[in-house]
Design a protein around this ligand. Sequence first.
Ligand code: MF3
Ligand code: CO
Length: 249
Amino acid sequence: MIILKSRREIDRMKAACSIVAEVLEGLRSLVCPGVTTFDLERFASAEAFKHKATCAFRGYHKYPSSLCCSPNDQVVHGLPNKKPLKSGDILSLDFCVVYDDLYGDAAITIPVGDVSDAAKNLISATEESLYAAIKMAVPGNRLGDVSSAVQTLVESKGYSVVRDFVGHGIGRSLHEDPQIPNYGLAGKGVKLKPGMVLAIEPMINEKSHEVAVLDDNWTVVTCDGGLSAHFEHTVAITENGPEILTRIF
Ligand code: MF3
Ligand code: CO
């Protein structure tokens, strides 16, 4: 069941979403060669605490951290560790907080130092695909229009869409209906209505879409060792079009 949010509830979600956006921007400015993902985890937790927000990933299905840190061939759910990042890495960061009983969720992929053109292009195509999807998040369109916007854009550039993980409705819980695949057919799926709030999150691989989970039971990696990028925004569908909630208000 898709829970529609009132204008007031959407406005209340901006508090959680804005904290997430601010923390991710803070993290972006910290990322450089030599920094560890453990340092980033500490920063994210401390910032959330300052804002009196709760880190939503910590403890979710026993996930052990507040921040998902997924470098290079890691797709999502990478665990922070004490290994220094090095120039040429790319790093996906996914963060979610609860504030005022409502959730905000967003992700970015950041280049570390000097990265290859291949890495830069994957990052920009993935971010571009998120914005192409958001553009389709208007009343009267269907969910498949959102999904196919991602798929069409990235496949035209030779990349592939991860199938095993999808975006989701969000608000009173981290994961609400509907599931939002990053692949699908335009014109198909549920009709989008004002009050739906979606966490749209393309996870895009440089080579094959196939992924596997490491022995830690969390870290998702590409099977072929190719790079992966991830961008996510929490977006409200309104009469006036899509509203990106995970920005600094
Ligand atoms: N990446 C997922 C999302 O954005 C959430 C991670 S769940 C956790 O929906 F278990 F890793 F915490
Ligand atoms: Co999400």
